[in-house]
Design a protein around this ligand. Structure first.
Ligand code: PEP
Length: 267
């Protein structure tokens, strides 16, 4: 890999970052039908997708098996939510065991729409993360502040509170990807600048350092989400603590391929 001196961080940081596999998740939310899923599968299959990137798409539960049967081998499927119990009288919910049972190994938990539209608390999100990990799923754990919280200077307080709750239920961080998604940037077209995103990612990594030590903190993947596009992903990917993206709207479009490939920097 070529490394040029004008890049925004040093060779040492570059090597540390390279040790964390770049991760790009798509979050289809409550979108798609069999026909449009075929189209998405087509552009994912044509790619080409950078083989150094782990790619996972978050699929509506009802289409998980269908999508999994169609996806190319280099793209994994993920559920978008799961409950904190293995089974029982929880009408409308799905459990991590059921997700595993259909051959899916990932789940997105704590997405801002779960927190803010469906009222999920930090504690519920943490319980869900703990249970999903117990069952053997990999988790994309989402955190992020609302606009009023950022404007009140509370970004750090909010994301530390959210990650603290989750961390109480995590023994093995290699099974978790942390998605920092400022709520004000999700689905709004207002992306955080690379500097704004890097600032929070760096604080989160420092938080992990104080809790787990430097070595463990350097291994944790922290991805950014919020109006990521094929265009803005290139600059965001250059930041030393941004290890990939969680992508909503653009994951339904062919530009998702460009986002997956955004880490191939040509300084
Ligand atoms: C998301 O749903 O996690 C997300 C980041 O959405 P968008 O990319 O559309 O802002």
């Amino acid at each position: 890999m070529r490394v040029c001196l004008s890049c925004s961080f040093s060779l040492g940081s570059q090597l540390v970052k390279m040790s964390r596999k770049f991760f790009v998740g798509g979050n289809w939310k409550m979108n798609g039908d069999k026909k449009s899923i075929e189209e998405i599968v087509k552009f994912l299959t044509c790619g080409p997708l950078d083989p150094n990137v782990e790619v996972v798409v978050g699929v509506p539960a009802i289409y998980l098996e269908y999508t999994k049967s169609k996806l190319p081998g280099n793209v994994a499927a993920s559920a978008q939510n799961a409950y904190k119990e293995p089974k029982g009288a929880f009408t409308g919910e799905i459990s991590p065991c059921q997700i595993k049972d259909v051959g899916v190994n990932w789940v997105i938990l704590g997405h801002s729409e779960r927190r803010n539209v469906f009222g999920e608390s930090d504690e519920l999100v943490a319980d869900k993360v703990g249970h999903a990990l117990e069952v053997g799923l990999f988790v994309i754990a989402c955190i992020g502040e609302k606009l009023e919280e950022r404007e009140a200077g509370k970004t750090e307080e909010v994301v530390f509170r959210q990650i603290e709750a989750i961390s109480k239920k995590v023994c093995d961080w290699s099974k978790v990807v942390v998605a920092y998604e400022p709520v004000w940037a999700i689905g709004t077209g207002k992306t955080a600048t690379p500097q704004q995103a890097q600032e929070v990612h760096c604080k989160l990594r420092n938080w992990f350092k104080t809790k787990l030590g430097d070595c463990a903190a350097q291994k944790i993947r922290i991805i950014y989400g919020g109006s990521v596009t094929g265009e803005n992903s290139k600059d965001l990917a250059k930041e030393k603590d941004i290890d990939g993206f969680l992508v909503g709207g653009a994951s339904l479009k062919p530009e998702f391929v460009d986002i997956v490939n955004s880490n191939k920097q040509t300084c």
